[in-house]
Write a protein that binds this ligand. Structure first.
Ligand code: E4P
Length: 221
């Protein structure tokens, strides 16, 4: 299972990348709006830090505008994946970008039908937003199950990128279903690194080691 970081925060990206946990990054205009500084410079910096795929989103909604922005974003680095909204004009852009050898991530996917269409248009990734579906009273994980099954049935190469993840159990469920990628806000990745029994166990080991050292202060490992 690949783990992407869902953020435009450079400190978080560096922190988790240094732990070897970041296979890629996804951003969007909302995430960029939360950071201080020029969004274009932030995006360029992310692309420099991360060697894996970095999804950068277009803000136009017409075909020509999306294509122009896609070409500009792609110049930020070879690992840029252009994020395109799941709208008819977007699918046209996905098809053309695929022909040009530019990978796309179709975002704001809320149904299996949308995922199938995005895959058929040539998307490298589809991003179903599970947390937002849960918020609306639908089961987001059921959508992941459906998409993974359909893509398997027809051997689609498009990867299912689980987005709008809200808690660590979403990650476990997505993994059990066999989704290719989860994109995580940094705080969720942080929660996944810790367990109270790990902290308790480590405190006990260190306390016992201190006892041993009291008897033999010169002892080291
Ligand atoms: C995915 O690429 C999106 O950036 C993200 O997962 C959206 O999540 P949200 O519903 O928490 O905004």
């Amino acid at each position: 299972m690949k783990i992407f970081l869902d953020t435009a925060n450079l400190d978080s990206i560096r922190k988790y990348n240094d732990m070897g946990l970041v296979d890629g990054v996804t951003t969007n205009p909302t995430l960029l709006s939360k950071e201080k500084g020029n969004p274009a410079e932030i995006m360029r910096e992310i692309v420099k830090i991360i060697t894996g795929p970095v999804s950068l989103e277009v803000v136009s909604t017409d075909y020509n505008g999306m294509m122009e922005e896609a070409h500009r974003l792609k110049k930020y680095g070879k690992n840029v994946v252009v994020k395109i909204p799941m709208i008819p004009e977007g699918l046209k852009a996905v098809k053309k970008l695929k022909e040009e050898g530019i990978q796309t991530n179709v975002t704001l996917v809320f149904s299996a039908n949308q995922a199938v269409l995005a895959a058929k248009a040539g998307a490298a990734y589809v991003s179903p937003f599970i947390g937002r579906l849960d918020d609306a009273g639908q089961n987001g994980m059921t959508l992941i199950e459906e998409i993974v099954k359909i893509f398997k049935n027809y051997n689609f190469k498009t990867e299912v990128l689980v987005a709008s993840v809200r808690h660590p159990m979403h990650v476990v469920e997505a993994g059990k279903i066999g989704a290719h990628v989860v994109t995580l806000p940094p705080d969720i990745l942080g929660k996944m690194t810790s367990h109270p029994l790990t902290d308790k166990g480590l405190a006990a080991f260190l306390a016992d080691w201190e006892k041993v050292k009291k008897e033999n202060p010169k002892l080291s490992i």
